[in-house]
Design a protein around this ligand. Structure first.
Ligand code: BTN
Length: 247
C-alpha cells in the first residue's frame, strides 16, 4: 500500500535522488515506500529544470514501486496513472477542473500546479523498479517564473492546508490507480487520461521543428505519443521533444 511507510526528511537535495540511493542500498525498500521532504536543495524537474518550492509549503515526494508486471513498451502507463491520480486529487480538493498537459504536467486554469518526474529502472524487457517523483504546490502563493505560470491548492481556494494530511489523502488516491494497473485495467486508464488532456479537440498553436502551426490534439497512443491533427487533416504522432505548446 502506497504510504504505509513514509520517510520524512527535513532537508534533502532531491527526494528522487534519495529514493534512488535507497534502492541501491542493501535494504530492499518495501513497495509503496514514500520519501517526503519539507525542502529540497536541488529539486529536479523534467529536462534538467529545477523544481522550486518554499520550505514546508508543498508536497514533495518520491514513491518507490516495483511494476515488474509492466512490459517496458508500456512504461508510459506509469505516467498516465500518476497524472490521473494527481489531477483527480487536485480537482477533488479545489473543486476546479484539473487538466494534464501531455505528457505529465498538471494544470489548473492553464497554470502549473504539479510536476511529475518518473525514473524507471529497466531489467531486460520489464521495469524492475520505478521512482515516482511528484511535486504538488499546496500553500505557496508566490512563484518565480520558470517559463510557466504556477498556482497552488491555496491560491485556488483561499485556504491553508495541512501538508501531512494532504499527502496521506494523495497517497490513497495514487494507490487506487496503482491497483487498477495491477489489475491490468490499461484501457480504462488510457481513456481517462486522454479525456483529461489539456487542449483536447481544441485547435491551438504549437511549435514543431521551429515552425508555429495550428493543430488539434486528438489523444495519445498507448505507447505515449501524442496524436496531433494538423490543420489540413493530416495526423501526426509526436514524441515529447518534438513539440512545444505555444500560449
Ligand atoms: C517537472 O519538471 O514538472 C517535474 C517536477 C518534479 C518535482 C518533484 S518534487 C519531488 C521529486 N523530487 C525531485 O527532485 N523532483 C520531484
Amino acid at each position: 500500500m502506497i504510504g504505509n511507510k513514509v520517510i520524512l526528511i527535513d532537508e534533502v537535495d532531491s527526494t528522487n535522488r534519495f529514493a534512488s540511493q535507497l534502492l541501491e542500498s542493501a535494504e530492499f525498500p518495501e513497495e509503496g515506500t514514500v520519501v517526503r521532504a519539507n525542502f529540497q536543495e536541488k529539486g529536479r524537474g523534467q529536462r534538467d529544470a529545477i523544481w522550486e518550492s518554499e520550505k514546508k509549503q508543498n508536497l514533495l515526494c518520491s514513491i518507490i514501486l516495483y511494476p515488474v508486471f509492466l512490459p517496458v513498451q508500456n512504461q508510459f502507463l506509469m505516467n498516465q496513472m500518476v497524472s490521473l491520480a494527481v489531477a483527480e486529487f487536485i480537482e477533488e480538493t479545489t473543486r476546479v477542473e484539473a487538466k494534464v498537459k501531455w505528457p505529465n504536467d498538471i494544470l489548473v486554469n492553464e497554470r502549473k500546479i504539479a510536476g511529475i518526474l518518473i525514473e524507471n529502472n529497466l531489467k531486460g524487457s520489464t521495469i524492475s523498479s520505478s521512482i515516482l517523483g511528484i511535486g504538488i504546490n499546496v500553500n505557496q502563493l508566490v512563484f518565480r517564473n520558470f517559463g510557466y505560470v504556477a498556482c497552488s491548492l491555496s491560491s485556488l481556494t483561499g485556504k491553508t492546508f495541512d501538508v501531512s494530511l494532504i499527502s496521506y489523502m494523495f497517497f490513497q488516491k495514487l494507490d487506487f490507480y496503482y491497483q487498477k494497473m495491477i489489475r491490468k485495467e490499461y484501457h480504462s486508464i488510457l481513456e481517462m487520461y486522454s479525456s483529461r488532456l489539456f487542449r483536447l479537440d481544441i485547435p491551438s498553436m504549437y511549435e514543431i521543428k521551429g515552425k508555429s502551426i495550428k493543430a488539434i490534439i486528438r489523444g495519445v497512443r498507448p505507447q505515449g505519443d501524442l496524436i496531433l491533427e494538423i490543420d489540413d487533416g493530416e495526423i501526426r504522432f509526436m514524441q515529447t521533444r518534438e513539440i512545444r505548446y505555444l500560449f
